[in-house]
Design a binder for this molecule. Sequence first.
Ligand code: NAD
Length: 490
Amino acid sequence: MLLEEVQKNYGKLKLYIDGQRVESKTEIWGNVYNPAKDEIIAQVPFSTKDETKEAIQSAQEAFEKWRELPITDRLQYLFRIKFKLEEYYETLSRIITQNHGKTIQEARGELRRTIESVESAISVAYTLAKGEHMDQVSQDIDEVSIREPLGVFGIITPFNFPAMVPFWFIPYAIVLGNTVVVKPSEITPVTMDYVIKIFEEVKLPKGVINIVHGAKDVVDEFLENKFIKGVTFVGSTKVGRYVYEKAGLNGKRAIVQAGAKNFIVVMPDADLNKVIPSILSAFFGNAGQRCLAAANLVIVGDVYDEVKRKFVEAARGLKLGYGLDESVDMGPVVTRDAKKRILGYIEKGVEEGAKLILDGRNFRVEDYPNGYFVGPTIFDEVTPEMVIAKEEIFGPVASIIRAKSLDEAIDMINKSNYGNAASIFTTSGYYARKFRREVSAGNIGINVGVAQPMAFFPFGGKKDSFFGVLHGQIDSIDFFTDRKVVIERW
Ligand code: NAD
């Protein structure tokens, strides 16, 4: 069944500053596309420096009042936001699909995780926001540690989870008494534009959450503005490294979650009936555009041919199309440029001598001939030194690598520059434990293809996949609060 689009066109997106929707005065506007149809669905402004400053100023002014509001009252806004997200669940899911291209099921899944973050912030706020107290640390002296909000935070988000990633941070930041300026991806800005409606309907005090659109210029203002106490960044390693360095130079806190090249290892004792559906979704879910997407499939021992054959067979059966069609398994990639980049990597793999056993390059979806579709693509006989095994492709391209032993597989993973996620499929507790202990990645899957931590666990990678100390999600309780110690004698 093909679901209806929420709107054909969202027009010129507005900024959301100081509780008002304002039209940007910028002269620079970008087109926002529906990638399944290659159709323009909105125009996004690249906010001027003054507009970004105004949003930060508004957040700073709001902070003074917002921090004074008791946490019990701040929490009520999160409850209301959660129920509004539930109310607009289907609408928001369709917008995500329309602007991003992922299937409606994937969009619904994203929104569920979005709501979980709000629930998680609600459930931990009272306990984790508390400080500590100790009586009589010295003669007649007591000591107290207090958690305080810091002020304004900049939230910089990637294209691939336009609802979930902003909500990894917004609920924790605001429930703890901070205020935020959010900059959605300029490629998928429509979802957060719709979410403004929710902030209005719950009557969030003006300035607590502001939204500005754009790219580098907005990010640079975040990194330079004296009112910004910290930034959260989720996106590519190249930009993430720049954000982390500049935040450090300017004395700002930063959580930077960056790029990935994730491995899945299949051991000879794995239960293949369970492996194939899991790895299919890990490699081709979201058309491979997940920071936790699998990219390299390392098969150990004599199951190599069987796993390969079944994987290719299953991938060949995936139905591509417009994600609003409920029967579709995989949507397009996000932009024409992304498609070009992915096709470039496939060419590179062929040049490097990898064997292309499933070629998604000339994939056509009859009803959507202009969509940015790339079919599931699988390379065999890949070696860890090849570019396609090392660099992040961020598309539906799988590289199969042979390993003689688990030690060899672990060594490959640990030599990768990235360390976001790694999974093993096995029925052996010994292999699983060894993998968990020896692999250098932030998220480990054991018989799970996409090792995504729930909202109430920390989330972050290692090596070039992460810069900072505190991870996202639950760790942001520490990120969004400062500690003060009081030593008292009466
Ligand atoms: P991107 O780095 O291109 O963009 C991320 C954000 O940075 C966007 O808001 C963008 O406007 C801004 N930006 C772009 N260029 C900039 C510049 N030169 N200076 C300052 N800001 C700039 O990433 P993307 O393509 O939107 O997202 C895909 C990437 O995000 C992949 O590498 C993926 O692995 C990563 N990602 C990581 C995680 C994680 O948790 N580790 C989660 C999701 C996505």
